[in-house]
Design a protein around this ligand. Structure first.
Ligand code: NDP
Length: 457
């Protein structure tokens, strides 16, 4: 049977673009269908603009301590300048992604695709059908908003980067990555910022020292955190959004943002027509080769509900192309993924948390807490935390958790060592680089404490 294409990719985000490029490089005839902008969430309204805005927000910390280094700074912030500069940069990246697709011969179709069968999609605007030997669903995820009265008066990260002006105050619901990163951004830019979270400490699932350290850091930067509470309803009687909380308290905010998780983009995609099974949360279950329940349909990235992280989607897209178009089956290892939270202070983590590791066997925990050197000339008391968790008596490193400046940069390199099954002795063999914060990771002498039979000793 002949098809129009070897591969039709739905979605030009991180995973889809990598898969399309690689498949085309291996000689496949490939089309990518994208209804929005090339680059996906990461480039257009996620990681990239987020990090640019985090940089913008961090100047306030720098201005705070500048005087202790002899600088006298008079600073004023202009939001439209930042928005315009961000737009220029993501447009540049969008063009780079587009030409990276076009170079190996990928056809980019600006339209919405709906799956009509195991080997076909319909273009909604173009009103024509494409057939393809394989389909790859890489449609990502979108913000999930609680079903409450007045939810339409809240915003999400999709629009937060492009607000016409900075609100005087903002309430952010959620305790995950997006909530704490945007709280960092808005607070750093001078917005009166509050987080409301249904749990009892932000960043559920992270190591306790990271959670409590970030909580303290956010509080020090003026962010209020309300726990065990949710937003019950929103109204907009005037310029402000009136929030009623689950405990009955009401208060006005300049803006309200939902950072309450992201839902796979599978609604209305026609997956059922092709017979593709879906999980209860809308995600597409796949096997280790990213193949769905229908052999000609694959899926990568956030839409599969594995790890909602750009580099993971990229790796899944790449390995899909290796497997299907290069006769080289490759399986993504999801077991050891470094991750960072670009909050203030920053967090970088990999491996097991102390709580998890303690249930896996006997472990030693090494913890360093100290003022980052940049703060020592100032009155800032905030501490950096580096935590190394190993099997007992200097065995394999099981987890590393860093809170403080450059945590993300450090954890990326720790990932190399941990991927090689590094032990405490391997870390110790490295000669320290002085003065740096990372040197603490290779100069730990005795454990700070240990766990034996799940008990802290
Ligand atoms: P997360 O899953 O990290 O956090 C969602 C938060 O919303 C949780 O605190 C959750 O509470 C809360 N929540 C969920 N549903 C409700 C509800 N109905 N009412 C009230 N609160 C609710 O999602 P994010 O949206 O922050 O981010 C999505 C994903 O994107 C992340 O998991 C991450 O994988 C990725 N990401 C990564 C970044 C990075 O690498 N730096 C940056 C941004 C996003 P609870 O804890 O109780 O479940």
């Amino acid at each position: 049977m002949s098809f129009d294409y070897d591969l039709v990719v739905i979605g030009a985000g991180s995973g889809g673009v990598r898969a399309a490029r690689m498949a085309a490089t291996y000689g496949a005839k490939v089309a990518v269908v994208e209804e929005f902008r090339v680059g996906g969430t990461c480039v257009i309204r996620g990681c990239v603009p987020k990090k640019l805005y985090v940089y913008a927000s961090r100047f306030s910390d720098q201005f705070d301590i500048a005087e202790s280094f002899g600088w006298n700074v008079e600073a004023r912030f202009d939001w439209p300048t930042l928005v315009a500069a961000k737009e220029k940069e993501i447009t540049r990246l969008e063009h780079a992604y587009t030409s990276n697709l076009e170079k190996p011969g990928v056809e980019i179709i600006r339209d919405r695709a709906v799956i009509t069968g195991p080997n076909s999609v319909r273009l909604v605007q173009g009103d024509r059908e494409l057939t393809s030997k394989y389909l790859l669903v890489a449609t990502g995820a979108r913000p999930s908003i609680p079903d409450i009265p007045g939810a339409e008066f809240g915003i999400t990260s999709n629009v937060a980067f492009d607000l016409p002006s900075l609100p005087k105050s903002i309430l952010i619901e959620g305790g995950g990555y997006i909530a704490v990163e945007f709280a960092t951004i808005f607070a750093g830019l001078g917005v009166d910022t509050t987080i409301v979270y249904r749990g009892n400490c932000i960043l559920r699932g992270f190591d306790e020292d990271m959670k409590r350290g970030l909580e303290a850091g956010l509080t020090e930067r003026g962010v209020r955190v309300i726990y065990q509470t949710t937003i019950a309803s929103l109204a907009k009687p005037g310029d402000d959004v009136m929030v009623t909380f689950s405990d009955g308290v009401s208060a006005p905010y300049g803006a309200v943002m939902f950072a309450t998780g992201r839902r796979p983009n599978t609604d209305g995609l026609g997956l059922e027509t092709a017979g593709v099974e879906l999980a209860g949360n809308g995600a597409i279950p796949v096997d280790k080769y990213s193949q769905t329940s229908v052999p000609s349909v694959y899926a990568v990235g956030d839409v599969t509900g594995r790890a909602q992280l750009t580099p993971v989607a990229i790796r899944e897209g790449w390995y899909f192309a290796e497997t299907v178009f290069n006769n080289n089956p490759q399986v993504v290892d999801h077991s050891l993924i470094p991750t960072a939270v670009f909050s203030e202070p920053e967090i970088g983590v990999i491996g097991l948390t102390e709580e998890e590791a303690a249930t896996h066997g006997d472990i030693d925990v090494y913890v360093a807490r100290f003022r980052p050197m940049q703060n020592t000339l100032s009155t800032r008391t905030e501490r950096m935390v580096l935590k190394l968790i190993t099997e007992k008596n200097g065995g394999r490193v099981l987890g590393v958790h860093i809170l403080g400046p450059s945590a993300a940069e450090m954890i990326q390199l720790v990932a190399v060592a941990m991927g090689m099954n590094a032990t405490k002795a391997d870390f110790d063999r490295a000669i320290a680089l002085h003065p740096s914060a990372a040197e603490e990771l290779v100069t730990f002498k005795a454990p700070s404490y240990s766990y034996r039979d799940c008990k802290k000793v």
